[in-house]
Design a protein around this ligand. Structure first.
Ligand code: AMP
Length: 203
């Protein structure tokens, strides 16, 4: 029997947990990158795991993933269904009892984590995922998409924290920072070591 042709294999299945703003932000680049993130996930046969809302960048990532043929798993606490406008078009919409349950389900179902621009909800999710990684609770890649320099000031502060010896380079290097969704996403998926991930191309 001939060896299977690697180029004929379906694209790898992977799940990207995206943390991002429930608002669109001022720069139009945030919306552009949120849509590009969803398009990349969908067009590479991936699955988006996210907070299940329709507002802001969250809704844009979800819509772009669905429009590009991907699947979308939304996880939203019951109390936020109205406030955050639960996205009923999700492939799977899980309405859970608490915020802790949301975060646990999102983290369990993800292969990689990516933070886009956002507010305190996004920061909290990013930092929790980062601290869990440093403690060894998971070993999944984490990325920050620094669109329009949004995270510059935070990254500068974190580097000053290393200088002040409250953090170290190993901790800083647990997070990959990028400026282009089409470059950062394949790097994260490849770092997760999923089979076939080396065949992923930037769009
Ligand atoms: P924001 O970045 O503040 O616009 O919020 C983005 C998302 O983070 C929203 O879906 C919020 O519900 C969610 N969020 C807010 N607080 C938390 C929290 N403590 N843990 C997890 N997610 C949160």
């Amino acid at each position: 029997m001939p060896a299977p042709d690697d180029t004929m294999l379906p694209p790898p299945a992977f799940s990207v947990c995206v943390y991002c703003g429930s608002r669109p932000g001022r720069s139009t680049l945030h919306a552009e990158h949120a849509r590009a993130t969803g398009r990349w996930i969908g067009s590479h046969g991936g699955r988006l795991i996210y907070g299940g809302g329709r507002n802001g960048l969250m809704g844009m990532v979800a819509d772009a993933t669905l429009e590009s043929g991907g699947t979308v798993v939304g996880v939203i606490p019951e109390a936020l269904v109205t406030q955050e406008v639960a996205h009923r078009a999700c492939t799977e919409l899980h309405v859970v009892a608490t915020m802790h349950e949301r975060k646990r389900m999102m983290a369990e179902r993800a292969d990689v984590f990516l933070a886009l621009a956002g507010g305190i909800g996004t920061f909290e999710e990013l930092f929790e995922t980062w601290t869990w990684r440093q403690l060894g609770y998971h070993d999944k890649p984490i990325g920050i998409l620094n669109s329009a320099g949004y995270f510059d000031a935070l990254l500068a502060f974190l580097r000053s924290s290393v200088e002040q010896q409250f953090m170290n380079d190993w901790q800083m290097n647990l997070v990959q920072v990028g400026t282009e969704p089409g470059e950062l996403l394949p790097a994260l998926v490849q770092a997760a070591g999923l089979p076939g991930a080396d065949r992923l191309q930037a769009i």
